[in-house]
Design a protein around this ligand. Structure first.
Ligand SMILES: Cc1cc2nc3c(=O)[nH]c(=O)nc-3n(C[C@H](O)[C@H](O)[C@H](O)COP(=O)(O)OP(=O)(O)OC[C@H]3O[C@@H](n4cnc5c(N)ncnc54)[C@H](O)[C@@H]3O)c2cc1C
Length: 450
């Protein structure tokens, strides 16, 4: 009996895992990658350390995928974090979990993850072709026939109808649109569309946000009264970004408002950049920001620098510190509450003169400082582009893909795996696990006769 011929397109984590599984299940597997080497993006993951999964239990893990959780569940039930860690253990890559649950190779080297996958491909008999750019799918009588290769390696998009490589099953694992220099340029979307799949509009996710300061979009703060003074932010053109660029904060609460509605809320690390804000906490709310911006809503990002301290307790602490250090400058005392660079911004916004001593701070100024520490707002004006986005949201509509096999409901013999699907999650190892799990399922299913 002839072996099932499987072509896997894309040698990222999803494609490599799919190729290994299909070959280990007995298929004759050809892995095609348009870059000169496999796993270009995988090498960059986790700042070169590869945070490839997370120890969160299944329910908490799935929650990170929002609406995509339902689709992903059957794949995770077949191949989840313990199985992935055992898989890498067996390939000689031992892993370790950090206290927050993120899992890395003990060696701290993403390269080791790539090499392990390549060794396993080799052992399973996967044939690999690098610099092999696929330009489309070849479709026969209601089923997949193979893939079309660019006639000149690397000539994607030049329109030359290249060679057709025949296959009984094809796994498309071409990734999304983020970090295009790694080869992920969204090629697979057009192929899915051409065979009748619906595409959920793509947008950058886990991405830095461009901000303007101060925020002027919070309506409840526009009408000052004696009981509730507002920050002195109105239309002052205070360019705070250069002085605070590079300042990083941990344990900060970041809330995202679309109009007056809070649409995302998280606590974590963030950093000020030349364009606005970035870092894990910002990434967590970025998907909601991009969606709200594209809906035309006014978007504000609010930061609470002291989320563990209630307003009343903070007031008592400020009072006590100002009293105890009355002869010091106000700004010096405030440095106990926030990094120096941010204190300067706080003083400017609260209109407290630089040379004011702590003993001279008025109740109104103290309230403004408190409000600044607990709820300083930036207007979100945009997001950074795909070039800087960690993942792509949107993609092949999961309602048209069989969740137990990753098989297309539009075309027999066609499978999808990884980021090309409309699934994306927070940072923390979730996205790579999703790529590996969907790749595992797709590879095994593609190896079966249909
Ligand atoms: C800087 C950075 C750091 C990250 N860190 C983490 C992390 O620590 N943990 C985590 O969980 N996630 C992380 N991610 C996200 C994670 O890397 C992706 O979700 C994951 O790589 C998606 O895997 P994939 O196999 O679906 O696609 P990709 O990794 O994008 O691979 C797709 C492959 O297909 C190839 N290809 C595309 N078109 C064609 C074509 N026409 N013909 C042939 N081949 C083609 C591409 O060249 C590429 O090699 C990070 C992402 C970035 C950008």
């Amino acid at each position: 009996m002839t072996r099932q011929r499987v072509i896997v397109v894309g040698a990222g984590p999803a494609g490599l895992m799919a190729a290994i599984q299909a070959a280990e299940a007995g298929a004759d597997v050809l892995l095609l990658e348009k870059m000169d080497r496999p796993g270009c993006k995988l090498r960059l993951t986790g700042h070169g350390r590869s945070n490839f999964t997370n120890t969160a239990p299944m329910a908490a893990f799935l929650q990170r995928f929002g609406a995509g959780a339902r689709f992903l569940r059957p794949a995770l039930h077949q191949f989840f974090a313990p199985e992935l860690r055992a898989f890498f253990d067996a390939c000689g890559v031992r892993s370790v979990a950090e206290p927050d649950g993120r899992v890395f190779p003990v060696s701290d080297r993403a390269e080791d993850v790539v090499q392990a996958l390549l060794r396993r491909c080799e052992q399973a008999g996967v044939k690999r072709r690098m610099g092999a750019a696929v330009t489309g799918l070849a479709v026969g009588q209601g089923r997949i026939d193979g893939v079309r290769l660019a006639s000149v390696a690397g000539a994607v998009g030049q329109g030359t109808p290249g060679t057709v490589l025949p296959a009984d099953a094809v796994v498309v694992a071409t990734g999304g649109l983020s970090y295009p220099a790694t080869g992920s340029t969204g090629d697979g979307y057009a192929w899915a569309d051409a065979v009748g799949h619906t595409l959920v509009p793509t947008r950058p996710a886990l991405v830095g946000l461009e901000t303007a300061f101060p925020a002027t979009t919070a309506p409840e703060r526009r009408t000052p009264n004696a009981d509730s003074p507002v920050l002195n932010t109105e239309h002052r053109t205070l360019n705070t970004h250069p002085p605070i660029q590079g300042v990083s904060l941990s344990g900060v609460r970041v809330r995202l408002r679309s109009g007056t509605r809070c649409v995302a809320d998280t606590i974590g690390e963030m950093v000020f950049t030349h364009y606005g804000v970035s870092g894990p906490a910002v990434f967590s709310v970025s998907r909601a920001a991009v969606d709200a911006l594209s809906a035309g809503d006014a978007v504000t990002l609010s930061m609470d620098l002291l989320p563990g301290v209630e307003d009343g307790a903070l007031d008592a602490r400020l009072l006590a510190e100002f009293a105890a250090h009355g002869r010091q400058f106000c700004r010096t005392v405030l440095e106990q509450f926030a990094p120096r660079a941010l204190v300067a911004t706080c003083m400017a916004v609260a209109a407290i003169p630089e040379a004011k001593h702590a003993s001279q701070v008025t109740a109104v100024e103290r309230r403004q400082v408190r409000q600044w520490l607990k709820d300083v707002r930036w207007t979100v004006t945009g997001s950074r582009s795909y070039a800087e986005a960690i993942v792509t949201a949107g993609g092949v509509d999961t309602r048209e893909v069989e969740p137990r096999t990753m098989g297309s409901r539009r075309l027999s013999g066609l499978f999808f795996a990884g980021e090309i699907l409309d699934i994306d999650a927070d940072t923390g190892g979730y996205n790579l696990q999703a790529a590996f799990s969907t790749g595992w399922v797709a590879g095994r299913a593609a190896a079966e006769r249909h």
